[in-house]
Write a protein that binds this ligand. Structure first.
Ligand SMILES: C[S@@+](CC[C@H](N)C(=O)[O-])C[C@H]1O[C@@H](n2cnc3c(N)ncnc32)[C@H](O)[C@@H]1O
Length: 243
């Protein structure tokens, strides 16, 4: 792949800002407090390098390599076939849309996103550029659209994928699930990657029952170890549309 170092699949947005802000806040408090109140407050300088290094880690190629590995794991599980139509919901920099377009002959992929501020630091432009770098710009399309109101007809995609998006949708999340299943063809494959928990988000039996009620069958939660920003388990939530 040419210009691989110029790929931007995000994941750098708020993680960098939060860690740098914490580092900077501690630096200011330590220096001000140390000078004004008591030298012991200089001890607050100790964790500063930790936060700065953490922010830098989000920028390193290691994260990109790991993201590409995760994409390959998902592709291996879903096994797109020649000519499949794929929808990537909350595509960000186009990671999955581009990966699936590359994975089999004549696959056409669409990536939709709202590119919300702080959503990972990507944009329509970065997604487009990534598709050029990865050599599939002619088979991948990007569109600004909400996961809760997908602008495509019923039953029109063979595969619907997504990574690290559903747990971020706090309002009307069920609508996003319903929309993703609505646009999937009968027997089509649904595969998303999500963390086990979060704000109003849990991967558990209730979620499985919900997805089955919304039209999926064979729903499975498959654990996958990832290494950013630290070693942790995330899950591939996999199912097929009843048909
Ligand atoms: C953590 S990023 C993940 C991006 C990409 N899937 C990846 O793994 O690289 C989450 C993405 O979800 C998008 N997003 C959040 N809410 C959305 C919504 N309601 N509809 C569509 N996209 C949304 C954000 O703009 C952001 O690009």
């Amino acid at each position: 792949m040419k210009d691989k170092k110029n790929l931007n699949y995000g994941g750098t947005g708020w993680h960098i800002y939060i860690n740098l802000s914490l580092g900077l806040a501690l630096l200011v408090i330590a220096i001000y407090g140390g000078l004004t109140f008591h030298p012991i407050i200089y001890l607050l300088l100790l964790p500063v390098p930790y936060f700065v290094l953490k922010a830098i880690r989000w920028r390193t190629g290691g994260v990109l390599e790991e993201r590409l590995r995760i994409r390959e794991e998902l592709i291996k599980l879903v096994q797109p076939k020649e000519g499949d139509r794929v929808l990537d919901v909350g595509t960000g920099g186009g990671l999955l849309a581009i990966g699936f377009a590359k994975a089999a002959k004549d696959v056409k992929a669409i990536g939709i996103d709202l590119w919300v501020p702080g959503g990972g630091g990507t944009s329509f432009k970065t997604a487009k550029r990534n598709s050029e770098i990865e050599g599939v710009a002619d088979r991948v399309e990007f569109k600004k659209a909400d996961a809760r109101d997908i602008p495509y007809p019923d039953n029109c995609f063979d595969i619907v994928v997504s990574s690290f998006v559903l747990h971020m949708i706090y309002k009307n999340r069920d609508k996003a699930f319903k929309e993703m299943i609505r646009v999937l063809k009968p027997k089509g494959k649904f595969a998303i990657i999500e963390p086990p928990g979060g704000y109003k988000w849990r991967i558990n039996e209730d979620l499985k029952i919900k997805l089955e009620n919304f039209g999926l069958k064979n729903v499975k939660f498959i654990p996958m170890m990832i290494s950013y920003p630290k070693k942790r388990n995330v899950y591939i939530i996999y199912g097929e549309k009843r048909g």
